[in-house]
Structures are given as C-alpha cells and as structure tokens.
Design a protein around this ligand. Structure first.
Ligand SMILES: [Zn+2]
Ligand SMILES: [Zn+2]
Length: 377
C-alpha cells in the first residue's frame, strides 16, 4: 500500500535569496511507494538542515532534480519490505547519508565511505537497489543521498540506516547521521588525532563544531577554531575551543604559529573555500596532516607547492562521511553522547516546522544559528 506524505521538493537550482520569497523548496503532496526488498518505511521524526543541502539549492553541488531534499534524519520503522532481517517495526533509526552495501571491495576493507554502489545510487538519486519510491503527480522524483528526510515518511534501504536506542531523543539522533558522523569522524578516523596533539578546525558550521567536540573528547591539547564570522568564533569557545582566530586577518597565521610552536599537528577544514584550505595547509606544522571534509564547487582549484609535501613531510587528505563505518561509529558516538563526553545537544539552535524550511535556509546561508532541526509530529 502506498502512503501520502508532505515533503520539501527542490525543482531548480536558480532561486535567488531570500529563499523566503523565492521558495526553492515547495512543500508538496507526495505518494510514497511501499518498501521493496531490503527496504523499510520510516516515519520521520526529526531532520537537520545541513550546509550541503544549501549547496544543492544554490547549485554548487548539482544533483538530479526534482529531488526530495534532506540527508540528516531520524525516525521510526513502520513497515518492513521483503527480506529485512536486522530491523523490526517500531525500531528507532538514524540515516547515514551514504549507504554501505557491505559487499564491495571498499566496504569489505572497512572503508564504507567509499562504497561504490552507494556512491552510484547517491549520484543517480535512487536508493541503493536502484529504485525510486517517491512520486509527485504520478512521476517518480529523486532521493537525496538515500535519505530524503524533509518528508513525513521515507522509504530507506537497510544499508542506509542504523538502529539506535529508544532513549535517545529523535532530534539528537538525527545529528549523528551527518554533523556528528562527519565532524567527529574526520578527527578520529581521517586525521587520526593522537592524545595531546594540537589542532586547527576551520569553518565553524554544525560539522566544524561537532569536530571541536570530537577533538576535545579525543584529547587534543590545544584546539584553535577559525572562521570569518565573529559570532561563530564566540560559539566555538562554548564548544571547547581554546583559541579562536579570524582566518581572513593577515596576522592570524603568525599568531597561530606563536601559540603552537610553529603550527598545528592537525588541521581540518570544513569551510568549502579555497582560501580556508590554503590557510589550513599553511597552519599545519612540519610532518603534520591537513584534512579537508568540505565540498567546494567542483570547478574550484587549489594551488600548492608539492615540494612542501616532500621537504616538510606534510600530508593533505580528503575525508568523506568522516571516514566512518556508520553501523559501528554511530552507536559508539551515541555512547559517548550518553556519557556526557560528546555534548552534541549544543549543536541544536532552532527547532522548526517543515513549512518553515525556506526561511531556515536563509538563516543558514547568512551564517546564523548552528543546526536547525525540523521536528515532525
Ligand atoms: Zn550534511
Ligand atoms: Zn559497498
């Protein structure tokens, strides 16, 4: 049986701000197909707004349209498709924004962030089985990263969801699907921060602030947080940053080198601006590692002198999905949250209704707030 659902659909990537006026996301009446093999139907309870949703809306991260947006969500399973073994009706789950098939060469070698069938499905706007389950005016529309969480209901693959304990509030659980997974994972999996190391986190949106929480939990000795927005630098202090800097200020690099004895061991960049990545690389000391987890426009290019990589033994690397295995890392990070060592609740700045999603993206685009969460009844 199909089910009716209201959801926020993106039809074009040309809308001008303010989005409150141009309304790039149209709240649409959708029909959701029943779950197929190895899929489940989920009643969405909470969904977070992430900067990479904004990158789809403004065309920096082109995706097939029309698309039911949203890639950070939690909810409750209300129906099982054929062959589903590990989940039951009533289970609470969080989506990961990249499905992991468990069977490709990358999944088998523990690198779920590189899952090939997962990436193919995400690029094509389907679930990992290749199907679309969302209809608008009797035409199928695209899924967003296997999630499409800005909707009352969603069909998801079992490869896209992780079961969570029922005592974790849905609005908290949603954060683990993107902000926390990407932010904390980039620190512990990609940068492999060691106890006592110094770190620079540049770009202080939800993911960057989650990375600060991760760096603190992992035992960084000095956490330096950088952003061009003074409000975000203030917020970073309350997340555990020991120093904050404005990376657009020409004195900042020297100041950073002074307080760290020549540069940080690890720098992690989430800003999506080439100038920020260049700053992160320069701030990294000899032998150190620069990680980028941002998604700049595909046409952007980085200028870099390769001899510094050699002569100073520096590493520069990318991080997707925080280098995580969602089914292992999400439950682990939730345990850290429960024990008070990962205070992810601080990330929530606004709770909104689905109908307020366009103005919420105006706030995100102007750098206000941290994580805004759509709460569904
Ligand atoms: Zn995201
Ligand atoms: Zn795979």
């Amino acid at each position: 049986m199909t089910i009716k659902s209201k959801g926020a659909v993106l039809f074009n990537m040309e809308s001008k701000r303010p989005y409150f006026d141009s309304m790039p996301l149209k709240i649409s009446n959708l029909i959701i197909d029943p779950p197929g093999e190895n899929e489940v139907l989920i009643k969405i309870r909470a969904a977070g707004l992430c900067h990479s949703d904004l990158s789809v809306i403004d065309g920096n991260r082109p995706r097939p349209l029309p698309m039911l947006l949203g890639h950070e969500a939690s909810g409750e399973i209300i129906q099982l498709g054929k062959g589903v073994k590990r989940f039951e009706v009533g289970d609470h789950v969080v989506f990961a924004f990249l499905p992991s098939c468990g069977d490709c060469q990358f999944c088998k070698s523990g690198r779920a962030a590189l899952c090939e069938p997962g990436a193919k499905a995400n690029n094509e706007g389907t679930l990992i089985g290749g199907y679309r389950r969302i209809k608008l005016n009797s035409e199928y529309i695209n899924h967003h990263l296997g999630v499409s969480g800005f909707s009352e209901y969603a069909v998801g693959s079992v490869d896209s969801i992780v079961k969570i304990d029922k005592d974790v509030p849905f609005e908290i659980a949603a954060l683990f699907g993107c902000a926390v997974l990407t932010g904390v994972g980039s620190i512990v999996n990609s940068a492999k921060l060691k106890f006592g190391q110094t770190i620079l986190v540049i770009g202080l949106g939800g993911v960057g602030l989650a990375a600060i929480l991760g760096a603190k939990a992992a035992g960084a000795s000095k956490i330096i947080a950088a952003d061009i927005n003074p409000k975000k630098r203030e917020i970073a202090k309350s997340f555990g940053a020991n120093y904050v800097i404005d990376s657009s200020d020409k004195n900042s690099l020297n100041y950073l080198k002074d307080i760290t004895g020549g540069g940080v061991d690890i720098s992690v960049e989430f800003a999506g601006a080439i100038s920020a990545l260049e700053f992160a690389f320069k701030a990294t000391k000899r032998g150190g590692t620069t990680v980028t987890a941002a998604l700049p426009n595909p046409k952007a290019r980085l200028k870099l002198s390769p001899v510094t990589l050699v002569g100073q033994e520096k590493t520069i690397k990318g991080s997707y999905l925080g280098g995580c295995i969602p089914s292992i890392d999400i439950p682990a990070y939730i345990e850290l949250y429960k024990s008070g060592r990962l205070q992810v609740e601080k990330l929530i700045s606004h709770r909104i209704k689905l109908s307020e999603v366009n103005q919420a993206f105006d706030r995100l685009a102007s750098g206000e707030g941290i994580r805004q969460i759509i709460i569904f009844d």
